[in-house]
Design a binder for this molecule. Sequence first.
Ligand SMILES: [Zn+2]
Length: 371
Amino acid sequence: MGRSRVSFVLTVAASCSVLMGYAQTPTPSPRAGTPGGRRILTGWGGGKADDVVPKAAAVGFRELVVHHENAGNFARFIELGKQHEIDIYAWLYLGDLPAWKKAFPEHPPPVQVMNSEENAALERIKADQSVGKSQYQFGGEPVGITEVLLTPLLCFHDPRVLEAFKKQIGEMLSVPGVKGVAFDYIGYQNYRCCRCTQSQNRLATYRRQHVELTEEQSLARFSLETLVAFNNLLSAHARTVKPDAKVITHVYPVYLPEPLYGNRLDLDVCGQTAAWFFAPFWSLDKIREYARTISGEGKRYHRRPDGAALIGYYNSPEKYPVKSRERLTAELQAILDGGCPRVHVCSFNHVLKSSVAEEVFRAFFGRSAER
Ligand SMILES: [Zn+2]
């Protein structure tokens, strides 16, 4: 998650890419009244480890996702995380052009391509300086006219993109004590497909193999199948590099033909949005229903994954309405009522800069709240 998630995320922290791992010992008994087991709070973000980890521990975070590029700070996250029973994950995101340059310094990055209507939407969104940005949702489910993501993303239909991120995963998992990797931004800038030449060529091949499908059906199936495959190839690669590494994700940006496709991903924990950041805030019925699907359907396709419900929390009152104590409490309760004890929040930095938000999350996830 981020900003234009980039400006949103990277400004916010490092991004919503910091998750906290849950402690291995001691193992608290499952909390009474929590269907599906123990509550685990994961945070995405960044910042300086010494400023962040002790405060996150006091709130009850068990996992944090942060950027690994500053090796000293990342090692400190891991060191402090160990002291505070917080697992640390390295953030991998599909907009990471430096990761591409590192792997293929001689070649321009193969970024995703959109059509003229989508590019016009991009320019309109970029130019919109109004407060609240006309309800632009930054990669969440759009509520108005055509939306696209502000952040350019690499096209994973180019096999070199898979190679670049395999290399990066190797680098991440070589850091002593890291719990695993956390995927972010793996999706389409236009929320549906990529229109670059390589993607169109592969789509044409797919259509020849699936003549029974309409053009619309084949585009949606090709786009979803390749999106899922990219995630699963990276996840399998991580286990090859380090068998006990964990792979987690936040499904983002939204894939409009099937927003809750995350249970198709064969990784350890799949975070899917249950309560987005921005107004209009989602209804509690929708939050409960999404949480029920995220958790209850988490193992529909694979034995491995647990579902996690992501709640967005963005505390910049001069720009966007901020969720109140009552609103945050109601959203978290709706997620738990939907039967999803694993919760991801982005960004943890925004939680930690608000005593109200800290108190709300501590009441649900704090060590002293364990029962
Ligand atoms: Zn493409």
